[in-house]
Design a protein around this ligand. Sequence first.
Ligand code: SF4
Length: 265
Amino acid sequence: MVKAGICSHRPVLQPCALEGYSFQLDPYIGCEHHCYYCYALNKAETDWAKEIQIHQDIRAQLSNEISSIDTQPIYIGWNSDAYQPSEADYQQTRQALELLAERRFPVCVLTKSDLVVRDMDLFKRMSGSSVGISLAFQNDHDRELFEANTQANRERLEALKTLHQEGIKTYTLICPVMPFITDVGELISLVAPYSDTIWIYALSLDRYENRNWKNIRQILQEHYPEMLKKYEEIAFNSDHSYWTRLRSELRLLQRQTQPELRIEL
Ligand code: SF4
């Protein structure tokens, strides 16, 4: 387990840019999963492979922060994974959820960990809530290259299945779609029976200097050198023909797939 420092200054709630949410909640500052493509790495305050931070008293702090806002859905899982390994010990997420359940705030949670199943009792009480699992790779070889500290797909899928069978609203986020590596169709087939909605997001990069692009470039150089030049063309250009073609294929699939497909490429 990585070292967990105490953060005493940062609000638990942060503004949220996602449609339908004004606030997101980060139970942790930093993410032990340390996915090499993670956009949040670009503004990381610590080296997540060695240190993350927890709030000094998350329940008291959150109680204070929500006392001044209307009851509304809160998004959890944007800048860090609320069920990263430290959650088994620190229970920052559990404490936050207990308070939100008491105050009747619904949540939308996103994670790569099956630890989320632990909190099913709370999700069942939190009307209007949903829980999502994110996946980007159909095989463990590629997953280990790009997100070595996360759980295998089979564990995430098992969690998704359990949540779905227990009547909790579920979704899957296929993100980031890594050109030539992620097989979106295969992932959709895997998760469709257990997802109410499937969201699909492309690998989208802003700057060559960013840490996530440097990480991806290094992995490609070592393992897929023939793809490197194409990645530079595709990942920085949302109008590239690779994305146009994939969008068209997914729109066709959209008509035949039972869960709602949300194509955000
Ligand atoms: S789990 Fe999510 S927040 Fe954590 S490193 Fe991976 S992409 Fe980033």
